[in-house]
Design a protein around this ligand. Structure first.
Ligand code: HSE
Length: 281
């Protein structure tokens, strides 16, 4: 069985740990039933997620070979681990014949990943806002206007989520909390209705980006180039990839991003938010 999962970008600036979008960049996960699972596969996040599903439902986990092909780079803030988890749960759900509903798969995926901001859009596509309280996951999926151009900037170095989370202060002020809450809310509205001015005002963060940008040597170069064209820039998930959004296609902006004098090598792609999440192909 082959399961295709989109890349996801969490946070969108002020929505730290509570929102994400699905992008048209994919990995294909090939699950092949086998006589024996080799030790490397057994240790993989994919196999562990399949095992999680079968154990939760008191079933025997099948032996598997798992292969991954596709374009989502690892440890770049593009939801590669969410893709591993979601593909594996969808495989297990189909292969077991249980056909549990999407909410249950979201619960399982969140339990494995620790937060729903990447796994939710990987499962259902679009732009998903979410939070967890006790056993309950509250979420809402919204469409994203096609008005915007989204440029994804992916560097040639990895940044472990653990490292990027360690630099974020554990406590903040009331003013900072209000700054982010008010903006996160309006990022969602701006994306939905296609209001670029609202997005430009709202796509700012004081909780994590000021600390994480120091881990991305070329951050300021791209920020300056994006701002010079009136575009917004934020860190994709925990980084180090960056997302630039402009009000429609902007060839000059794309050139400026591509020609930036950078310390690391960056791959730049124009992507779209997609409405469809994971699927069996
Ligand atoms: N919301 C998470 C973070 C995404 O910013 O650390 C990475 O898993």
């Amino acid at each position: 069985m082959i399961v295709r999962v989109p890349a996801t970008s969490a946070n969108l600036g002020p929505g730290y740990d509570c929102m994400g979008i699905a992008l048209n960049l994919y990995n294909d996960f090939h699950f092949i039933l086998s006589d024996k699972t080799d030790s490397e596969t057994e240790k993989s996040l994919m196999y562990q997620s399949v095992d999680f599903f079968y154990k939760k439902n008191n079933l025997k986990t099948p032996d598997l070979q798992i292969k991954v092909t596709g374009d989502i780079p690892m440890s770049r803030g593009l939801g590669s681990s969410a893709a591993c988890i979601v593909s594996s749960l969808v495989f297990a759900n189909e292969n077991s014949g249980l056909h549990l509903d999407e909410d249950t798969l979201l619960k399982y995926a969140t339990e494995i990943e620790g937060h729903p901001d990447n796994v939710a859009p990987a499962l259902m596509g679009g732009h998903v806002c979410s939070f967890v309280e006790g056993d309950e996951i509250y979420y809402y999926k919204t469409d994203v206007s096609e008005r915007f151009a989204i440029y994804l900037l992916i560097p040639d170095f990895e940044l472990k989520t653990k490292t990027a989370r360690e630099v974020v202060p554990k406590e903040t002020t009331l003013a900072n909390a209000v700054f982010n809450i008010s903006r996160a809310n309006l990022v969602t509205q701006a994306l939905r209705v296609g209001d670029f001015n609202l997005l430009r005002g709202a796509a700012k963060d004081v909780l994590h980006e000021p600390y994480r940008k120091k881990l991305i040597r070329d951050y300021e170069v791209f920020k300056e180039r994006a701002n010079s064209e009136g575009a917004v820039l934020f860190i994709s998930g925990a980084g180090p990839s960056l997302i630039v959004i402009s009000d429609g296609e902007n060839a000059q902006l794309l050139e400026k991003l591509k020609n930036a004098q950078t310390l690391d090598n960056w791959r730049i792609e124009e992507l779209k938010v997609i409405d469809e999440g994971v699927k069996i192909i």
